[in-house]
Design a protein around this ligand. Structure first.
Ligand code: CO8
Length: 262
C-alpha cells in the first residue's frame, strides 16, 4: 500500500528481530493528525501487526515534531453532528488494540492529539528535545483522543489536571520524572535507540511478548486481585510452550536461546 502522510520501513535482516517503523510525515503541518494520517497510521500498524515476520513496531515523527496535535484547520469548521456522526477520532481505538509492542519515539512537540497518540503506544522513548502538553483548553476544547484518561493514569490526577487545565508544556526531563516516558535519550540517538529497543523485544518469543503486554495492560483495567489471578494463570500456561523449555534450557546450557514462537 502507498501512503502520503507517513513513511513505512522494515528494519532488521534475518528471521527474527524485525521491526516495523512508521514515520509521521506531514512536515509542513508539524505532523498534525488529520483523517488521512489517522487512516494511514492505523492501516500501517495493523499491517505490521498481521505480518508474522515483524516482532515490534516503532512510531516516530520528525526532529521538530512528533505531532503538534489534531489538525486544527480540518477540525475548525466542523459542527457537533459532523463530529458525532463521523465519530471523530473513534478510529484510534484500533491502535491500542494492536497486539505487538508499539514504541513511540518522540522528539520535539507531542501536543494534544500528538501526546495522546504517543500515550497509545506501550511506552515512550523521548529525545531530550521533546515537549509534551495537552493545550486543547486554549482552543476551546478538551483532549479527545484519550488525554484526560491516559495522562491521568500515567502521571496521576494532580499533574494531569494541571496540564489539562493550563495547557502548559513539559519538557522531556519533567515527563520522565512524572512517569510519562520510559527513558530520555540525546536527540541524535533517538531513532537508533528506539529501533534497538524494539529489536531486543522482537528477538524474544512472540507469544510470550504478546502475553506479557496483555498482562501489564491488565494492571490498569482491573483490580489487583483479578490482575494477580490473571498473571498466575497465564504464567502457568506458558509452560505449554516450546519457547519456555528453550529459554530455560539455553540458560542452563549457557547459550543464547533460539525461540521459535511456539
Ligand atoms: N493543526 C494544523 N496545523 C498545525 C498544527 C495543528 N495542530 N500545529 C501546527 N500547524 C501548522 C501551522 O499552522 C503552520 O502552518 P502554516 O505555515 O501554514 O501557518 C505550521 O504547522 C508550522 O507551525 P508554526 O508556524 O505554528 O510553528 P512554531 O514553531 O511557531 O510553533 C507550535 C510550533 C508551538 C507547536 C505551534 O504550531 C502550535 O501551538 N500548534 C498547535 C498546538 C496545539 O494546540 N495542539 C492541539 C491541537 S487540538 C487537539 O489535538 C485535540 C485532539 C483531540 C480532539 C478530539 C475531538 C473529538
Amino acid at each position: 500500500m502507498t501512503y502520503e502522510t507517513i513513511l513505512t520501513e522494515v528494519h532488521g535482516e534475518g528471521e527474527r528481530g524485525r521491526v516495523g517503523l512508521i514515520t509521521l510525515n506531514r512536515p509542513k503541518a508539524l505532523n498534525a493528525i488529520n483523517r488521512q494520517l489517522t487512516e494511514e497510521v492505523l492501516a500501517a500498524a495493523q499491517a505490521f501487526d498481521a505480518d508474522p515476520s515483524i516482532g515490534a513496531i516503532v512510531i516516530t515523527g520528525s526532529e521538530k515534531a512528533f505531532a503538534a496535535g489534531a489538525d486544527i484547520k480540518e477540525m475548525q469548521p466542523q459542527g457537533y453532528i459532523d463530529m458525532y456522526l463521523a465519530d471523530w477520532f473513534g478510529a484510534w481505538e484500533r491502535l491500542p488494540a494492536v497486539r505487538k509492542p508499539v514504541i513511540a519515539a518522540v522528539a520535539g512537540f507531542a501536543l494534544g492529539g500528538g501526546c495522546e497518540l504517543a500515550m497509545m503506544a506501550d511506552f515512550i522513548i523521548a529525545a531530550d528535545t521533546a515537549k509534551f502538553g495537552q493545550p486543547e483548553i486554549k482552543l476551546g476544547v478538551i483532549p479527545g483522543m484519550g488525554g484526560s484518561q491516559r495522562l491521568t493514569r500515567l502521571i496521576g490526577r494532580a499533574k494531569a489536571m494541571e496540564l489539562v487545565l493550563t495547557g502548559r508544556f513539559i519538557d522531556a526531563q519533567e515527563a520522565e520524572r512524572a512517569g510519562l516516558v520510559a527513558r530520555v535519550v540525546p536527540a541524535a540517538e533517538l531513532l537508533d535507540d528506539a529501533l534497538k529497543t524494539a529489536k531486543t523485544i522482537a528477538f524474544h518469543s512472540l507469544p510470550v511478548t504478546l502475553i506479557a503486554k496483555e498482562a501489564v495492560n491488565r494492571a490498569s483495567e482491573t483490580t489487583l486481585e483479578e490482575g494477580l489471578r490473571f498473571e498466575r494463570r497465564v504464567f502457568h500456561s506458558l509452560f505449554a510452550l516450546e519457547d519456555q523449555k528453550e529459554g530455560m534450557t539455553a540458560f542452563i546450557e549457557k547459550r543464547a536461546p533460539a525461540f521459535k514462537d511456539r
